[in-house]
Design a protein around this ligand. Structure first.
Ligand code: SAM
Length: 213
C-alpha cells in the first residue's frame, strides 16, 4: 500500500478512488480513537459540530459522547458505513452523511464548530479554495474550525501534501482570523509501516481558525 499523495503533487486533490482503496483495508490514519490534539481542545467545541472528512467517525463519536449534536461527512461510502456501525454499537447518535467537502457551499446546514483532522492536506489549491469558501458558509459567524494537517516540517515527500504556516494564513486570509497555529504530531496506525515518518508520528500543524462576524 502507498500513502495517498506525494507532497510534490499539488495540482490534484487525492481522488475518491484512492481513498476507497484505503478503506478496502485498515487505513493508516484509522487509530480507533480520536487524536490527542483534539482531546486537548474538547472544552472549546460547541454544538452543532461538523466533522469534515470524518473517516470512520472517531472524532465525531467522541464529541457525540460528550453530548454534542454532530454531523460527520466523508465522500467514501465505506467510511460512512463503518462510522454508522460504530455509532450503533456504541449507542451514540451522529448524523453520518456521504458528502463531498468541496461542495459545502450548496448545503443548508449551519454549525458552531467544525473539525478537520487530516482533510485540508489532501486538497489541490483549487479544492482548498472551494473548501474554505464552503466552510465559510456553513460555519456560523464567530464559529471556529479546528484543523490538523501535515506540516512542511515533516521530512520527505511520501504521504500527504505538506502544508506551511503561511499556506494556512493564505487560505484563510479573507473573512477568517487564525487564532493559533501550534506544532503537533499525528498518531498513525502502528500496523502501517510502509512509510517511515518522524519518531512519534508525522509532524503537523494544529490551527484554530475563527470565522469573522
Ligand atoms: C486522512 S483521512 C482522516 C479521517 C478522519 N478525519 C480521521 O481522523 O480518522 C481523510 C479523510 O477525508 C476523506 N476525504 C478526502 N477528500 C474528501 C472530500 N473531498 N470530501 C469528503 N471527504 C473527503 C477521506 O475519504 C478520508 O476519510
Amino acid at each position: 500500500m502507498t500513502m495517498p499523495v506525494s507532497s510534490s503533487v499539488v495540482s490534484n486533490s487525492v481522488d475518491r478512488e484512492t481513498f476507497e482503496n484505503f478503506y478496502a483495508g485498515p487505513a493508516p490514519w484509522d487509530i480507533g480513537k480520536p487524536q490527542e490534539t483534539f482531546l486537548a481542545v474538547a472544552d472549546r467545541i460547541t454544538s452543532p459540530v461538523l466533522d469534515a472528512g470524518c473517516g470512520t467517525g472517531e472524532h465525531a463519536l467522541f464529541f457525540a459522547a460528550r453530548g454534542h449534536r454532530v454531523t460527520g461527512i466523508d465522500f467514501v461510502a465505506e467510511a460512512i458505513r463503518r462510522a454508522r456501525r460504530k455509532a450503533a454499537e456504541r449507542g451514540l447518535s451522529v448524523d453520518f452523511v456521504v458528502k463531498d467537502a468541496t461542495m459545502l457551499g450548496d448545503w443548508g446546514e449551519r454549525f458552531a464548530s467544525a473539525i478537520d483532522c487530516g482533510l485540508f492536506h489532501v486538497f489541490s489549491d483549487d479544492d482548498r479554495r472551494r473548501y474554505v469558501q464552503g466552510m465559510a458558509q456553513v460555519l456560523e459567524p464567530g464559529g471556529r474550525l479546528f484543523l490538523m494537517c501535515f506540516s512542511d516540517e515533516e521530512p520527505g515527500t511520501e504521504g500527504p501534501r505538506r502544508v506551511s504556516r503561511q499556506e494556512l494564513y493564505d487560505a484563510f486570509a479573507e473573512g477568517w482570523e487564525i487564532e493559533t497555529i501550534q506544532p503537533c504530531q499525528i498518531e498513525i496506525n502502528p500496523e502501517f509501516t510502509e512509510v517511515k515518518f518522524s519518531e512519534g508520528g508525522p509532524k503537523a500543524w494544529f490551527a484554530v481558525i475563527r470565522r469573522e462576524r
